[in-house]
Design a protein around this ligand. Structure first.
Ligand code: GLA
Length: 690
């Protein structure tokens, strides 16, 4: 499409419409060029098995203080706690080589733990706490440094997998003999519980939304023995499932601890299941490197090393190297400030409001932290709720907004009302932000500028589109009215934990007002915003893009409403019905074809189609995209070069914290619970060897 213009429909000679009557539609243009922004630090590319594999080593070791527990008869010897073939990190590919034990990583996070039942939908507070406490069948964070020829998810709890000849089944082999942090074996009982009673149970809504459609409609799971299970598919070689086994999706919980609370096994109710491990519960079993041993609300979560952790380095040292990890419960903005000041150890610098000051302070050679910018992988979009059949149970006004959202002219009006340059500059001036047209992010491997339809800013054209959608300013107050009724009023759901999101929201309110649409803010805490979003209780929301818009292969199902729960702008109603518009059906069919295809060229073409459909229809309204920087205190070693703050996963996974260490001469006395290990699940805290 080239500069196409239609004359706006005749409008009333009142209020807004006097200008709009003269306005013409401004058609799409090429995507504007963004200022170059080079990432600092290139990854050292390797094959997956260069990073780690699974094998038995001649001997194993552990920190001295842990040996004291063994000697006191409180813990089996390390070799007995480990799997027969543990996951072995190769010290040769570590950024700085074999580590030493000790010290702490002090995270600061803006979220709050709701409780520890992640599987029933409780948030741990983000910022790397859940990423550390739940381990998944496969792992994708470190893929940013994997050679393109070897690009596939890394093994993790699944140590290997094989496809049947016809590609209709995938046999998955779990690591054998690994144990939960309380010493209970990890095996297919955990897998079956996760599949049957979490994924397949419609009464359980997972936090990150994995549902059956994530694994393909009709997929079933069959357990063969303690360490082997098989996925059966209705299509051949759905390789996306390997990515759907990584963080966000297949991260099983401890069946032995959760089962008794689940209604299928005698638990009283789903509500009871959800709340079965409240936030003050300590030592909940995990497969992760550290276990929660203390939680002071609004203050700190302390985690201590898991003596049963099933990973070692190639010298036989049981991981993790760090004895403790803290999560200071504060704000996301404070995370940047503390990491720069050296009172915290880590931040994903992702709020542009903090860029300039952080850069200035990190430039001082005496600064305590390293700061390195990555590619522009942080993007925001405006998502209209596309359901008109009851998802989120809108009232009459809400229902009318849903119907407008489903009107292409209305969405084009939304898009053209927004000045993306100003939105970006309201966050930070300089070369950081780029106009984001929506869909796949520029600079990522499947992005194609030629398939991206960009609607330039034009308040007049926005008004012309709103009028074409049937709106008039019938009372002449400068805001459009619903046909024959009140002013159109749209509630914008905002995650108030992020200053960036609040600033974008204010820009949207002002720009929409200029174009005659009244937007009111519904600003919530992160946990409440997530709940409102996931249950469809919103008109529009601001979305920080997920990994699917960057990699396409991670969480592919989130790209489109391919199932009742997969796309966060359009879920099914309570009856399971999804009222997709024709273009949404095309988008969903494109993603299904992408998942089914093993032909690289065809996959590229399908993503071009996706991008065109998505942007041409303004399915989501792109706002701005910018880079983020990883800030890590200089005393840490083994932080991989070029680790992006976000790609397949967040940096907390990308840097593989279990192999990060602090050299002996730089260790600080920061452990709050020295010489202790996690106690029994549900007990008061950590324990000593005495
Ligand atoms: C939050 C933060 C991100 C990252 C993730 C990890 O979303 O904003 O920077 O730490 O948590 O889950």
């Amino acid at each position: 499409m080239n500069l196409l213009s239609r004359v706006a429909p005749a409008a009333l000679l009142l209020g807004l419409s006097t200008t709009a009557a003269l306005a013409e539609f401004v058609g799409p243009t090429a995507v504007p060029e963004a200022a170059a922004f080079d990432a600092q630090g290139e990854p050292v590319f390797v094959n997956r098995s260069d990073i780690y594999d699974f094998r038995a080593l001649p001997s194993y070791s552990e920190p001295e203080f842990v040996t004291a527990f063994v000697e006191a008869g409180k813990l089996p010897p390390v070799a007995e706690r480990l799997p027969a073939e543990p996951l072995v990190f190769n010290t040769a590919t570590m950024a700085n080589g074999a580590g030493v034990y000790g010290d702490v990583m002090r995270h600061v996070i803006g979220g709050r733990p709701e409780g520890w039942n992640f599987w029933a939908g409780q948030s741990y507070g983000w910022g790397g706490i859940d990423i550390g406490l739940v381990e998944c069948l496969t792992r994708t964070g470190p893929l940013f440094q994997v050679n393109a020829e070897d690009l596939q998810p890394m093994p993790n709890l699944a140590k290997s997998w094989d496809w049947s000849e016809d590609g209709k089944s995938l046999t998955v082999h779990l690591v054998e003999g690994a144990k939960w942090s309380d010493g209970v074996p990890f095996n297919t009982e955990d897998i079956a519980f996760y599949w049957d009673n979490i994924v397949m149970d419609p009464n359980v809504t997972q936090l990150m939304g994995a549902s059956q459609a994530t694994y393909g409609e009709g997929t079933t799971l069959e357990v063969l023995d303690d360490y082997t299970f098989v996925f059966h598919f209705t299509t051949a070689f759905p390789e996306a499932v390997l990515y759907a086994m990584a963080y966000g999706n297949f991260c099983p919980g401890p069946a032995h601890a959760l089962k008794p609370h689940h209604p299928a096994f005698g638990g009283e109710s789903y509500e009871g299941f959800l709340n079965s491990v409240p936030a003050d519960y300590l030592n909940f079993p995990t497969m992760g490197a550290w276990v929660v041993t203390e939680h002071r609300p609004d203050d700190i979560v302390v985690t201590r090393r898991n003596p049963y952790y099933w990973k070692v380095d190639s010298d036989g040292q049981q991981l993790p190297y760090l004895n403790e990890v803290h999560f200071r419960l504060s704000t996301w903005g404070d995370r940047d400030v503390q990491a720069i000041a050296g009172t915290g150890d880590f931040s994903n610098l992702e709020q542009p409001e903090n860029f300039v000051e952080s850069l200035r302070r990190a430039a001082d050679p005496a600064a305590p932290a390293r700061l390195a910018f990555g590619p522009r992988t942080i993007g925001y979009s405006l998502v209209p709720n596309m359901s008109a059949n009851g998802w989120g149970e809108p009232d009459e006004r809400g229902q009318k907004v849903r119907e407008l959202n489903r009107n292409l002219d209305f969405r084009l009006g939304m898009s053209q009302a927004l000045d993306r340059v100003r939105l970006g500059e309201s966050l930070v001036k300089g070369p950081f932000t780029a106009e984001y047209p929506g869909g796949l992010l520029a600079g990522t491997s499947f992005y194609d500028a030629g398939s991206t339809v960009y609607y330039p800013t034009s308040t007049d054209s926005a008004k012309a589109h709103f009028e074409a959608a049937g709106l008039t300013d019938s009372d002449g107050n400068g805001f459009y009215n619903f046909p024959g009724g009140d002013d159109v009023q749209v509630a914008l759901l905002v995650n108030g934990d992020y200053q960036t999101e609040k600033n974008l929201a204010e820009g949207i309110v002002a720009m929409m007002a200029d174009a005659g649409i009244k937007v009111v803010l519904n600003t919530q805490s992160g946990n409440d915003q997530n709940a409102a979003r996931d249950s469809g209780r919103y008109d529009w929301f601001i979305d920080r893009l997920g990994a699917h818009m960057i990699t396409v292969v991670q969480n592919t199902a989130a790209l489109a409403p391919v199932g009742p729960l997969t796309y966060n702008g359009h879920h099914a109603n309570n009856a399971g019905e999804l009222d997709l518009l024709p273009f949404e059906q095309e988008i969903a069919a494109t993603i299904n074809a992408f998942v089914d295809s093993r032909d690289a060229d065809q996959r590229v073409e399908l993503m071009k189609t996706y991008q065109r459909l998505f942007t041409e229809n303004a399915y989501q309204i792109g706002l701005t995209a910018f880079p983020g920087a990883l800030i890590v205190n200089k005393r840490f070693a083994n932080v991989p070069e070029g680790a992006p703050i976000f790609m397949y996963n967040w940096a907390e996974d990308n840097i593989m914290r279990e192999q990060v260490y602090v050299p002996a001469d730089q260790q600080a006395a920061l452990e709050l619970q020295p010489n202790t290990l996690p106690g029994e699940p549900g007990s008061a805290g950590p324990v000593t060897a005495e």
